[in-house]
Design a protein around this ligand. Sequence first.
Ligand SMILES: Nc1nc2c(ncn2[C@@H]2O[C@H](COP(=O)(O)OP(=O)(O)OP(=O)(O)O)[C@@H](O)[C@H]2O)c(=O)[nH]1
Ligand SMILES: [Mg+2]
Length: 298
Amino acid sequence: MDIRQLKDNIRNFSLDDGDLGSQGYTRVLLQLFGYTGHGKSSFINSCKYILEGDENFEEHAEARETDHGLTMVRNAYPLTNVITMVDNRGCSKMNDFERAEVYAQLGNFIPIGEKVEWKDNYSAMMEAIENTELEPNFSDFIVPIFVYSVRQQISAEEMQDVKTFMENCVKMTGVFPIIVLTFKMKGDYQVIEKQFRLIGAETVIAIENYTTESNIKTLERTTDILMVIDSALRNVRFRLEQPRDPRRERIERKKFMYNYIHQIQLQHEREKQEIEKSEREKEGKKQEEEKKEKCTLL
Ligand SMILES: Nc1nc2c(ncn2[C@@H]2O[C@H](COP(=O)(O)OP(=O)(O)OP(=O)(O)O)[C@@H](O)[C@H]2O)c(=O)[nH]1
Ligand SMILES: [Mg+2]
């Protein structure tokens, strides 16, 4: 497909095109996830730069190198009347509650435009999810996109995290996350692509983002970026060929969240009990030794 065709397909994409119509969905939400600094915000800028036909590169989503993560607020960036991109808060090393927060963003349980705080307890998480009932969103068709920079090697631990994330994306949305490998010119993307495929990734596309420093539009660079959106829309079309019930799907996402948070809670309780048990044992041993010492002294 040439660039013009790809652009037209994206710009003219409608949720009503299939035999079963939109089935209650009104918007495609391309949700970006990934570690901090891997190019999520830059990917949004790249897509808007290409699709909005701007002469000059514009930084719609702030993109910068930081040590702690730049994007904190979950912002939305419309690409067309139907397609919107969401810049989710990136994560570095995650604890269990931060992982749950990632799924809360994925399931649309954190309002768009709100600062994403990593909560650290069970009740705060449950409360945040319950609050979304005030304005429940079930008309967004969610497509997860996982952004990973090939500048660095992926560790075994990260691989395991990504694998679990991909599996949970399928459970929550029915869509396999599209893997976008950024910094294509800064590393061996073929090696990393293979690693992602070995853990089950269906679609892996390597791209070089357009940035403030480098934004002369070239054929391959533009095509790669458009292919990501095209692939997301193919997933939407495929899912809409089957009968869907957006309200029920939201309920299923919520059940997944509750179960996920509950499991974390159970795990934390188990760990707490184990620590208490080992402290009791230590104390018991200490007392016994003290007793023995007293006996020998007598
Ligand atoms: N050369 C090159 N630079 C890139 C690419 N993608 C992003 N960058 C640069 O990398 C830095 C971080 O990119 P961001 O888009 O801010 O990353 P992010 O994933 O949004 O980071 P957080 O918001 O902190 O989670 C910026 O300086 C970008 O200009 C790319 O494909 N190639
Ligand atoms: Mg960002």
